[in-house]
Design a binder for this molecule. Structure first.
Ligand code: SF4
Length: 311
């Protein structure tokens, strides 16, 4: 066998490193998605999970990881991929059916021209997203019924959850995020977000690694929500300048202390009496609140991190 040239050896080493990193990413995604599913009991034996596929990186990644996890799961559940073709101009309608047929996943494409409805009803220059998503939601719920789906899986990730949390706080005066699992607003379905613990940056990298045939999301010509854009930039800046801050905010969403907030529906302030029993959660009057020990997302579940996954 010919000895390798220096260039070839360097290229082989680089390829090996890339393969190692990609494998690590895949393991991390599977672990975090498995953990979120377990923590919130998102998928149960016999479920039929309808994965909503938009053609964006997140929904492709969600489907891909769920397919991997299904192979390893001790329970049986079915997956059906659903795309709503809203008839936006230049929507490449063959891309998703080709992809889904290639990977052998049962799928349904729902053709509904919501684009024309939105264009007809919303005056030029006004934002169309709210009506568009309302129409989409109604259609997807109907399709879930028709397909007999027991869960509707959406591709929202950790960053979507955090952005929604800050949007609600900054512009809606509410401590309210985007839940990993919730009943739909019509009360008929259970919506799940298995990517709840996954960072957007990991979904971006995963989409590149897997070379998903991404369909651009701006075909309708609508602008991305400016407020969400600003929040996203704020979080990215914090992530860069203050490592750990965003992680801690995210962890805090699952460690809520109602007695230390001000929602009278969540805590019975009116009936509060001194019980004569010392409590570490009691008020410490003038002392400064000690910082809680830093926590990380691993706290949510018992799935151990594979040493191969360490960054
Ligand atoms: S960006 Fe376009 S397709 Fe997406 S919700 Fe807004 S109007 Fe609908």
């Amino acid at each position: 066998m010919e000895p390798m040239t220096l260039d070839a050896a360097a290229a082989a080493k680089k390829a090996e490193k890339i393969a190692y990193e990609n494998n690590k990413l895949h393991k991390r995604l599977c672990r975090l998605v498995g953990q979120a599913i377990g923590d919130f009991n998102m998928i149960e034996d016999g479920d039929k999970v309808m994965v909503c596929l938009s053609g964006g990186k997140d929904s492709y990644g969600l489907l891909d990881i769920l397919l991997t996890l299904r192979e390893r799961a001790p329970i049986h559940f079915d997956i059906v991929a659903v795309n709503l073709d809203q008839k936006q101009p230049n929507f490449p309608e063959h891309v998703l059916p080709d992809y889904l047929a290639k990977i052998g996943v049962p799928f349904h494409i729902e053709n509904q021209d919501t684009y024309s409805i939105v264009k007809r009803l919303i005056p030029e220059g006004k934002t169309t997203c709210s009506l568009c998503s309302r129409l989409r939601r109604g259609i997807l719920y109907r399709v879930a019924d028709e397909l007999g789906a027991t869960k509707i899986a959406l591709g929202h990730h950790r960053d979507d959850i955090l952005e929604t949390f800050f949007l609600n706080m900054f512009f809606g005066s509410k401590l309210k995020g985007m839940p990993p699992k919730l009943q739909s607003d019509d009360g008929r379905h259970v919506v799940i977000r298995p990517l709840a613990y996954v960072k957007e940056i990991d979904m971006e990298r995963y989409a590149q690694v897997k070379q998903f045939p991404i369909i651009p999301c701006d075909l309708c010509g609508s602008q991305e929500n400016l407020q969400r854009k600003q929040i996203k930039a704020m979080l990215r800046e914090w992530e860069k300048k203050h490592p750990g801050r965003v992680e801690n905010i995210f962890s805090s969403l699952s460690t809520v202390v109602p007695s230390h907030l001000m929602d009278r529906d969540l805590f019975g302030f009116a009936d509060l009496k001194a019980e004569g029993i010392a409590s570490k959660d009691g008020d410490i009057a003038f002392d400064e609140e000690p910082c809680a020990p830093p926590s990380s997302v691993i706290r949510f579940g018992a799935t151990p991190q594979d040493p191969d996954e360490q960054d």
